[in-house]
Design a protein around this ligand. Structure first.
Ligand code: BJ8
Length: 426
């Protein structure tokens, strides 16, 4: 960290020795996984800086904003509309955690066979190492998978202001009506918390800001269609992870800046790997920061990841919200239309997800799909079978990996990934 933030962390109630240990491990992992990559775009320096200050400067910014009467809203799911948060001049931050930290404490309250993403969120809270949780004026939980739904009942006892968003499980008219009613209830809660009214103007501005963020990500994704790919999958994943933490305007500008650089690379036929490098689409459970295990294994085994069918990836960013409308209700309808398309595996049935994976394979000219499920993530584990069957039937090689946040199985996964890459190469 460039500055000493210990006073700030103490005020937030963090456990400083544990927090120091976490930052030490993260710094080491970042150096080994990210900084050791060759031919990185210069524009990644911004994201390196963001990561080096993710518990420092960004938290200070949040606290300064709170001093200026802005509220910080933490959430765990891409169904929470940032547009509404921005419409009350709030700040949205992602709280999903991707590191195995505090699992011993988490397992005192949660069953061992809970997915690592949920355990990690609890571990960070109980271990007092997450400045985002401690900075949040409201935390939004959502009724998605059973693990999250039930874990929020326990989280309610641990945090000061937990708002539960009920979500549909089927893409029916009744499901859409539920989503609308819930977004309206959430909008009201945001107005009460902030003391600010959502207006047509403020909501339009929120929609525009989030759309610009998504458009910048679409531009980045488009550039990954080229061969050789101008950016590694690891770096692209990092940008998708930072999406959830950074100031939206600054983030958009930084992504567009790196895209300018990548366009130059593409025009010169330059990339981070050679032309014949096997191209992989990764699909499945979300990869919250700092969960870089699978991309790191794939990209140190001779392949490159060219797309992520994930909530930290295209499932989370692929649609824009219609910006036109003359009333708040109309704009909320637009938001409902946009979010109702998200094909999370908690929906039943969920056919559009498979179609999306197929379209990504085509768009990014992938030669193989790695389906990644977190252990005990039943929605994605169960969908992985039909996904594999359907893609293999069309001649697309699929590797299914079930894993967690530990490094114990890294060697075994690497062996399987290497064999898969050999299969792709034919
Ligand atoms: S919209 S994927 S962000 S719910 S990994 S906790 S599903 S057992 S994170 Fe998700 Fe929203 Fe869906 Fe996306 Fe449960 Fe699976 Fe754990 Fe998960």
């Amino acid at each position: 960290m460039a500055a000493d933030y210990r006073q700030m962390w103490t005020e937030l109630g963090l456990d400083l020795p544990s927090h120091d240990a976490l930052l030490g491990v993260l710094g080491q992992a970042y150096g080994d996984i990210y900084l050791s990559q060759k031919d990185r775009p210069q524009g990644m320096q911004y994201f390196d800086f963001v990561m080096s200050e993710v518990h420092g400067l960004r938290i200070k910014e949040l606290r300064d904003a709170q001093g200026n009467d802005r509220k910080v809203i933490g959430s765990f799911c891409v169904f929470v509309p940032e547009e509404l948060i921005l419409a009350v001049d709030g700040i949205s931050v992602g709280l999903c955690a991707g590191a195995e930290f505090g699992f011993d404490k988490a397992e005192e309250v949660l069953p061992r066979n809970t997915c690592a993403l949920i355990k990690s969120a609890f571990g960070f809270k109980l271990g007092k190492v997450c400045p985002y949780v401690e900075s949040s004026d409201m935390i939004v939980g959502e009724n998605t998978c059973d693990g999250k739904k039930k874990a929020y009942e326990l989280l309610k006892e641990l945090v000061k202001n937990l708002f539960i968003l009920d979500l549909p499980q089927m893409k029916s008219e009744a499901g859409k009506a539920l989503l609308k009613a819930e977004y309206q209830r959430f909008a009201k809660a945001l107005e009460e918390l902030s003391g600010k009214k959502i207006t047509v103007q403020s909501l339009k501005k929120g929609i525009e800001l989030v759309n610009q963020k998504r458009k910048a990500i679409h531009r980045l994704s488009d550039l990954r269609k080229h061969s050789p790919a101008p950016i590694s999958g690891l770096d692209a994943l990092l940008i998708n992870q930072v999406f959830f933490y950074d100031d939206p305007v600054r983030f958009t500008a930084s992504v567009n800046k790196i895209c300018d650089e990548l366009e130059q690379r593409v025009s010169k036929g330059e990339g981070v790997r050679g032309n014949g490098t096997p191209r992989i689409v990764i699909s499945g459970s979300p990869m919250a920061v700092p969960n870089w295990k699978i991309p790191w294994i794939v990209e140190t085994s001779g392949a490159i990841i060219v797309g992520e069918e994930s909530c930290v990836g295209e499932r989370g960013t692929q649609w824009l919200t219609n910006e036109s409308g003359n009333s708040v209700e109309q704009l909320i309808d637009n938001i409902v239309e946009r979010y109702f398309q998200i094909d999370c595996a908690i929906f039943t049935p969920n056919p559009t997800r498979l179609e999306h994976i197929k379209s990504m394979v085509k768009k990014y000219r992938a030669q193989g799909v790695i389906h990644y499920s977190l252990q005990f993530c039943q929605p994605y584990q169960i969908e992985s079978g039909p996904v594999e069957k359907a893609l293999e039937a069309e001649g697309m090689p699929v590797l299914r990996i079930d894993t967690d946040y530990s490094q114990e199985d890294a060697g075994q996964i690497k062996t399987r990934v290497e064999a898969f890459i050999e299969r792709i190469k034919g």
